[in-house]
Design a protein around this ligand. Sequence first.
Ligand code: ADP
Ligand code: MG
Length: 720
Amino acid sequence: MPANDIRLSAITEVLTRTPVETTEIRPLSETWGCDVFNLATMEEALSKNAFKAMKRTVQTGETLDPATADVVAAAMKDWAMGKGAKFFSHVFYPLTNITAEKHDGFIVTNADGNAITEFTGSLLIKGEPDGSSFPNGSLRMTNAARGYTAWDPTSPAYIMQTQNGATLMIPSVFMSWTGEALDKKIPLLRSNAAMDTAARKVLALMGETDIAPLNSSCGAEQEYFLIDSHFAAARPDLLLAGRTLFGAPPAKGQEFDDHYFGAIPARVQVFMQEFEDRLYRLGIPAKTHHNEVAPGQFEIAPYFEAANVAADHQQLLMTVMKATAAEHGFMCLLHEKPFAGINGSGKHVNWSVGNATQGNLLDPGTSPEENLQFLVFCGAVIRGVHLYGPLLRAVIATASNDHRLGANEAPPAILSVYLGDQLEAVYADIEAGKVSASSDGGIMDLGLSQILPFTRDPGDRNRTSPFAFTGNRFEFRAVGSSQSVSGPLVAMNTMLADSLDWIAAKLETELGAGKELPEAVATVLQEVMELHGNAVFGGDGYSSEWHEAAVKERGLRNLPTSADALPVFTEQAVIDLFTSTGVLSAVELNSRYEVYAEQYINSVLVEAKLVMDLGKTVIYPAALGYLAELSATYAAVPALDTGVVDAIAANANGLMSTITELGAELEKHDFADTAEHMQHVATSIRGLMDQARVYADALEVDVADKAWPLPKYREMLFIR
Ligand code: ADP
Ligand code: MG
């Protein structure tokens, strides 16, 4: 079939498709968590003692003894088999952004040839996938290929229902034979522990005696696109790279703002209902959904949970979303920028820290006594963003997110922190020394009685900030839509741990010198603001003035591409941060740099090859075919003006010569190190890809619609 027929038949298929039937949605009371081995299930399935031990492990991280693990394993197996599971799998989170699993049967045969089922504590606790099949940086060179997964009892096991049957899934960590972290969960758990230790020091110095374990929380808003799978099938770039490498802008895009929060298309509603029903069964608290800014773009946000569980749930959400979309005839695009010129997708990571005794430490609350703790923790975040802004940039550095950051509809690549007018004023006063301790009971008087006590929203929203305070949490807005939330959470927890440690030492000195607590806090926070206040910015983060002032006047770093940002992992300050907090060893950190750099390079190289392939075999032939047709007509009708022939010929020539150049650049392999290789990819390769696109998109505008082979933007975005 000629290429353009593929496009035209895709349109016909989409227009004539039979709608997916709505499945029966059972009430939430019947479905909520029904596929999860959670505490409620365990209370029924376990003996009193075993349950108590498990609960302590889940809630305080206490180690489970082997005998109890055996009991839990047996109960888990019975529960899972009762739900039809014949297999179990340790699920883990390698350094790619995907989820990995290796399935094993419960079945074993005995000497008589009978099949019995077996699942012991040791099988539950440890799995053994091949470590060498996953990215591990240089760790594999120094260690055996063997890798281990180990059960994380703090994240509940669940049943994954697929068309292939049911499988018991066991959230796990993944490490090398020598115990080095090869995954995204180990550092998340360690960073939480580091934050807990440091926060405890500070809270104790502030007079707290009863301090429950501290945990970080995460609520992630996920943006995504849905396009009909017939269009996706006709776009090799969407299939292989998750984004369109070519495509002229449609006559109508998102200029009318008519999609955002508009009525959700019926077909998408049917998908969302089934998708969310599946999330509920898995105990994922889907809370809001709505249309996003771009046509075909949507958002889902679950209610926030403990960071470790939220991170596992976020991975699961992406998996379930893609699978459910496919069943509904959609391709779910998680790429940060699937369509040039149209808004991209992000994942806003809402983050706070707190515990059962002191509550959310990033909640300003309504009484000044609480504000003191709040001001210290919020000050610690300000210091963290200032010192480790480049790290925050590095943990969101991927080839795909580079298309979005700094693109005037997404946060800039410069990391600053937005506090809102009121808080900004409070910290400005602290910096200016305009705070005093009152005589009665040590309450801090900020001299801002017109503002305090805080209301819930001490500031407006600022969509242009990459890192914004939003009432009782920070929202890291620059995270990419396809990313695991782990990296960002690790960076935030770890920088907070470091800052709280620093503050604890300072506080101790001030208190030791005989200062009252409020005065000591004011002194330390004044120093925080003097040293780190430059990270606080409430203006327009998209503006070119800010890009200039941030760097020249504030000394902040602008790291526009991943090639600029990823080497931050090798900087001494970052190595010191991770090693001093015990979150990653220098070896583990460096292996991450190598893996992420390699992923960056490979992603761009795959795209570059696709640009060459599609340019040569799809777009160029379409242009030439149309030229042949035009030439015949012009020969027959000499009165016609032939200017369009020259335009098409020039763009076709331009496309092919750019592709030849790109081919030559791809042959270069002689780089001093990974950083230099990344720069080559970010500048030469990406530059030529962009150039090829300019020619191809100009051809799309000139070639007759019936002769154009690839589904167009207007079709993919508006037909469903
Ligand atoms: P908005 O679009 O206004 O930012 P959403 O309701 O879409 O808000 O998403 C906000 C996210 O922040 C939700 O996942 C919510 O559960 C989460 N969240 C709310 N409070 C906290 C908190 N204290 N810590 C972490 N996440 C939170
Ligand atoms: Mg938000």
